[in-house]
Design a protein around this ligand. Structure first.
Ligand SMILES: C[C@@H](O)[C@H](N)C(=O)O
Ligand SMILES: C[C@@H](O)[C@H](N)C(=O)O
Lengths: 161, 161
């Protein structure tokens, strides 16, 4: 089918919070996002991969200006959630390739990941949706990554303001 | 703001493939999805959380009828990709809560995760997009999970065919 990549979306001032080694059993995800929701934290990506030895990591992304609110929300929840460590990284940017009618994400993902690899940009986190493949990368590579992705997908880039 | 959850989407016959402990350096994601794209594998979710000790896990989901094509595509790529193990799980279903105008995913995620927790359903993988929070769960809990999510979000459920 025709894969139409319509654009590159990005957000510069992102951060990620990872709760390292939380128990991988029912109720834990709820115990993390309940407090975040109640504190009005603006959570964007939520990423959980499969676990090992009954544990897994939980990562969420948010604007870097939300970090204080997120850590305040999670303070005092360590016993309820049971994380081993909490890693806060405010050095990331989010970049997404937006496509309409992607039957499979493999083609768009492969082209996106190749462009980033060619720049030597490490991909820290990946999530997908029907219309997007999104990654978190080191913020200092954002402009380079966005230029390379426009070129890889044959898109005109808006001139910088 | 008003969170409008418009529906629950689900896909019963899903599978996940996890490449365990791949090197977390530029080019690895490209080396995984290049072969999958060339073989025409219909990849849905791609999930990568942050790494540790220079390694991370890469998981992708696909229809269970695509597993043979995916494993064939990756055969012979072990040296190039460098995974420690490959875990294939054809017992999962995908469930998503679809919402319009979710400014933060925390509220919808928290309600979804609480509903699944109340059923004792373990959440194996989580990804998000602007309009969806998606999870992979054990397929045998799919009907229970879909009913509980309709109830939690006050949605009418279509009668089963
Ligand atoms: C880790 C977390 O997602 C857990 N599996 C739960 O169901 O809540
Ligand atoms: C693990 C994989 O995503 C790696 N970090 C890469 O950039 O290709």
């Amino acid at each position: 089918e025709q894969n139409v990549v319509s654009g590159i979306a990005y957000s510069r001032d992102e951060a990620k919070v990872t709760l390292v080694k939380v128990p991988d059993r029912p109720g834990i995800a709820a115990s993390i996002f309940g407090p975040l929701a109640r504190s009005g934290v603006n959570v964007d990506m939520i990423v959980q991969n499969i676990g090992a030895d009954g544990m897994t990591d939980m990562t969420f992304s948010l604007g870097k200006d939300e970090i204080a609110k997120a850590t305040a929300a999670l303070e005092g929840e360590k016993a309820a959630i049971g994380w081993t460590d909490i890693v806060i990284d405010d050095t990331v940017a989010k970049v997404s390739v937006v496509g309409i009618g992607m039957r499979s994400h493999a083609g768009v993902a492969s082209k996106m990941f190749n462009a980033l690899a060619a720049d030597g940009v490490n991909i820290k986190v990946i999530t997908t949706s029907e219309i997007k493949v999104s990654v978190l990368i080191d913020r200092r590579y954002l402009e380079l990554a966005v230029r390379s992705l426009h070129a890889a997908f044959g898109l005109e880039q808006e001139p910088a303001a």
